[in-house]
Design a protein around this ligand. Structure first.
Ligand code: XUL
Ligand code: CO
Length: 440
């Protein structure tokens, strides 16, 4: 079989003192923590679209990436070669999972029937490679945003013909995800939003989106798909405003339309910052509602602001993210999918390895630090003490619903001057730094 990444051999764990740039310093997949290997805690995945389909094109110039399957002219041959490359890449890095959109893995044909046939061929090829390598599918999804037919959106398009086409496409993508044993199925509202309210019926569009998701849930049940449905919040880009704006908006939407029991969130770091939140905030809101499903791991650039999809290397961010994941009870069906792309100037195949090694090491280190933080329990203890007044006296009565405004007025009138305690933010930030820089 052709070797697509011949410049790189198996990447191994060599420990933190290694100076080999093609070795893991912190990610030892076999390391056991709380009776589970690091590999099973972190459940890393490669994003098919960025690593094999992305070429680094931007509004000012074409792609630059050197990808060894690009010389193949027949689109199906190229698709097979890309899939072969995916499995070689996953095996060389020890990545247990991959994720894809339908159109990443198989080319669009002249008709929907032909497109579906192309997908069937590549799914069959993929299934064989999965069986021989043990690499699994974390999630599948449908690309309902690239083709010009989706110019006004898909499930929220003003044109019912587009809604129908999108439904057919998701039906097929669900079948492909089931066939490949996908652990989850993702909805990200690529163009499900608006550019101007002057031409948009926001009520009908959101009702339709909910109808669409109910149809997906019904069809999944019909074909026996047992994976978890995930919805991925993002506030804007490509549209000015997307309906899955942030986690709180998504949860309100799901609850409004009776969909919350079928969905969890897929939180992407750079989408969180684009919405004006931190990555940890979005994970916290998900955890608080018992809806933390999976993570699209990346990071943005504070000076640029948009969705730059860079590889995650900031340890404070990966630590706080894993802190939320551990407090949520860890991943079940979800994992850490590198929805991240190498920079346009990092065009050599090796750059795909450096970027993933950096991301995997950053999350492994973040996980180990967060695990220590959770085990020590000092932050949680601080929070518990901060709210101690709700576990006794008047606070307990408030929590238990025993008092209303009249009783509280009586209490306030009879009370001695209020004494507050410091929030100790700086103390806690220093304490976090101690974990980040002194413990590993
Ligand atoms: C786009 C994005 C998507 C989704 C899947 O910003 O994150 O790649 O993860 O459609
Ligand atoms: Co994403």
């Amino acid at each position: 079989m052709t070797e697509y990444f011949s410049g790189v051999s198996q990447v191994r764990y060599e420990g933190k003192d290694s100076d080999n740039p093609l070795a893991f310093k912190h990610y030892n997949p076999e390391e056991m923590i709380d009776g589970k290997s690091l590999k099973d805690h972190l459940r890393f995945a490669v994003a098919f679209w960025h690593s094999y389909q992305g070429r680094g094109a931007d509004p000012f110039g074409p792609g630059t990436a050197q990808r060894s399957w690009d010389h193949l002219h027949d689109p199906l041959d190229a698709a097979r070669a890309r899939m072969d490359a995916n499995f070689e890449f996953c095996q060389k890095l020890g990545l247990p999972f991959f994720c894809f959109h339908d159109r990443d893995i198989a080319p669009e044909g002249a008709t929907l029937a032909e497109t579906n046939k192309n997908l069937d061929k590549i799914v069959a090829h993929t299934k064989e490679l999965m069986a021989s390598t043990g690499v699994r599918l974390l999630w599948g999804t449908a690309n309902l945003f690239s083709h010009p037919r989706f110019v006004h959106g898909a499930a929220t398009a003003p044109n019912a013909e587009v809604f129908a086409y999108a439904a057919a496409q998701v039906k097929k993508a669900l079948e492909a995800t089931l066939e490949l044993g996908g652990a989850n199925y993702v909805f990200w509202g690529g163009r499900e939003g608006y550019e101007t309210l002057l031409n948009t019926d926001t009520k009908l569009e959101q009702d339709n989106l909910a109808r669409f998701l109910h149809m997906a849930v019904d069809y999944a049940r019909e074909i026996g798909f047992k994976g978890q449905f995930l919805i991925e919040p993002k506030p804007k880009e490509p549209t000015k405003h997307q309906y899955d704006f942030d986690t709180a908006t998504v949860i309100a939407f799901l609850k409004t339309y009776g969909l919350d029991k079928y969905f969890k969130t897929n939180i992407e770091a750079n989408h969180a910052t684009l919405a004006g939140h931190t990555f940890q905030h979005e994970l916290r809101v998900s955890r608080q509602h018992g809806m933390l499903g999976s993570i699209d791991a990346n990071q943005g650039d504070a000076q640029l602001g948009w969705d730059t999809d860079q590889f995650p290397v900031q340890i404070s961010e990966t630590t706080l993210a894993m802190y939320e994941v551990i407090l949520a009870g860890g991943f079940t069906s979800g994992g850490l999918n590198f929805d991240a792309k190498v920079r346009r100037a990092s065009f050599e195949p090796e750059d795909l390895f450096y970027s993933h090694i950096g991301g995997m090491d950053s999350f492994a280190l973040g996980f180990k630090i967060a695990h220590k933080m959770v085990k020590d329990g000092r932050f949680e203890q601080f929070i518990a003490e901060r709210y101690a007044s709700y576990r006794e006296g008047i606070g307990l009565k408030i929590v238990e619903g025993q008092v209303g405004f009249k009783e509280l007025e009586q209490y306030a009138l009879s009370q001695a001057p209020i004494r507050n305690r410091s929030g100790r933010q700086e103390f806690l930030e220093n304490f976090l730094n101690h974990y980040l820089y002194a413990s590993e």
